[in-house]
Design a protein around this ligand. Structure first.
Ligand code: HEC
Ligand code: HEC
Length: 374
């Protein structure tokens, strides 16, 4: 073979690699979540151990892997993961990077390039908490809850509606959000084992499974059994077939809303304008950045990708309900609360009777909706 012929394939490859879309794409990796940790206490060996341990079970953003306990659908995950592309069957791939990563970040950490500009940050899925759910006992969301969030978006925040996407793509994205969340929570647990408990490296595979993966996977599995069923809830709803009956429900709701043990007014204010005496409100993502003094808060803030933001209780007169403005949506918010926020659960669950009975929750929901003119 002449030297030229031998060189040709190499030259061809080099040419290909310089064309956009040709050649191997750079491999995407998940950065290790070190948020909130003192940088001077993060050794390279430990960080690498966390990275490798988690990659072993969960793979990479291009090729997600799954521990069996997670019970996630591989085909759906494959559609949402990876770089943006179409496959041979004409199916769209890389849905998460196409639609979500600019805000939620590749890792699901919520500090994507757009996040800093927003007053309400994109959700950091790695904490494993979701605000708009239908599950009691502080449960994880069910797929239906996440689908509803994707379909409706979250009005009043930057989170857009994806209602125009076909159902299969929504299913794939929901699956991928759960994947990122399980992965992120497991990673935090592994970091705890390595950095706080000083476990020997490399970590024992069974220890990781028992302490970091199974407990999280179990919570997701359990969510289905914790749903506050819509049809059942509706059976407790008062009839609103006449103006008088509606007015009576709203009036009962107003009295309950103002009742001291319900606490609604301490945050939402006496008229539901979001101006209650409790103004120092933070969600769980921001609470971590709050020190006891301003100085400590400033020092802590440097350990996080995004600055501290305060949470505001909703002003119902603005008529914006992030979790949806159907009566059942507002019912769920009051019954199970907004997880990861100070907004409490007021309905019955498996350990308490709740502040309100289901019928009372409907009255309060009707009152809240009446303030917004809905
Ligand atoms: C323009 C920015 C933006 C884009 C794009 C975006 N989100 Fe969001 N997302 C947000 C914001 C802001 C929140 C609100 C967080 C909050 O209320 O604390 C949010 C919240 C969420 C939540 C949490 C809902 C809950 O119950 O707490 C989920 C799930 C979610 N987004 C999924 C997605 C998915 C999947 C995509 C892509 C298909 C996406 N988002 C695209 C900004 C965005
Ligand atoms: C400790 C403070 C606190 C108390 C008590 C409280 N809330 Fe809230 N509530 C909040 C905060 C904060 C939010 C917004 C959370 C967010 O945006 O992440 C909220 C949001 C809501 C929402 C809006 C949901 C949406 O879809 O946008 C409703 C409805 C609501 N609260 C009703 C009530 C009712 C009714 C009560 C009394 C039973 C109550 N809240 C008690 C703090 C509170």
């Amino acid at each position: 073979m002449s030297p030229i012929r031998r060189l040709l394939p190499t030259a061809y490859c080099l040419l290909l690699a310089t064309l956009p879309g040709c050649g191997p794409a750079p491999l995407a990796t998940f950065g290790v979540n070190t948020e909130g940790r003192d940088p001077s206490k993060l050794g390279r060996t430990e960080i690498e151990a966390i990275h490798e341990t988690i990659a072993e079970s969960f793979g990479t953003p291009d090729v997600p892997e799954l521990p069996d306990e997670a019970r996630l659908d591989r085909a759906l995950l494959g559609e949402a993961a990876g770089p943006i592309a179409g496959d041979r069957q004409g199916r769209q791939r890389g849905l998460y990077r196409q639609h979500c990563a600019a805000c939620h970040d590749l890792s699901g950490g919520g500090a994507g390039p757009h996040a800093r500009l927003l007053g309400t940050y994109p959700m950091d899925f790695r904490l494993g908490q979701f605000k708009y759910t239908s599950t009691r006992d502080g449960g994880k969301p069910v797929r239906r809850d996440l689908e509803r969030t994707l379909a409706g978006g979250l009005p009043g925040t930057a989170m857009p509606s994806f209602a125009r996407l076909p159902q299969e793509q929504i299913d794939a994205l929901v699956e991928y959000v759960i994947y990122l969340s399980v992965r992120g929570e497991a990673e935090r647990a592994v970091a705890g084992l390595v950095l706080d408990e000083g476990e020997y490296l490399p970590l024992d595979e069974y220890l990781v499974e028992d302490e970091a993966i199974t407990p999280v996977a179990e919570q997701w599995k359990k969510a289905d059994s914790l749903v506050v069923d819509e049809a059942e809830a509706l059976r407790a709803a008062p009839p609103l077939d006449t103006a008088d009956r509606r007015a009576a429900s709203v009036e009962r709701g107003r009295v309950l809303f103002e009742s001291p043990n319900a606490q609604c007014t301490t945050c939402h204010g006496p008229e539901g304008r979001g101006d209650g005496e409790q103004q120092e409100l933070y969600d769980d993502w921001n609470k971590l950045k709050k020190g006891v003094s301003d100085e400590q808060t400033r020092a802590l803030a440097e350990r996080f990708a995004l600055p501290l933001v305060r949470l505001r209780a909703r002003n119902f007169h603005e008529g914006i309900f992030r979790g949806g403005d159907r009566p059942i949506d507002v019912y769920w918010r009051i019954h199970v609360g907004l997880k990861g926020t100070p907004m409490p659960s007021s309905g019955p669950d498996s350990s308490t009777e709740g502040v309100f009975s289901p019928a009372e929750i409907w009255d309060v929901a009707n009152f809240v909706l009446s303030l917004s003119g809905n």
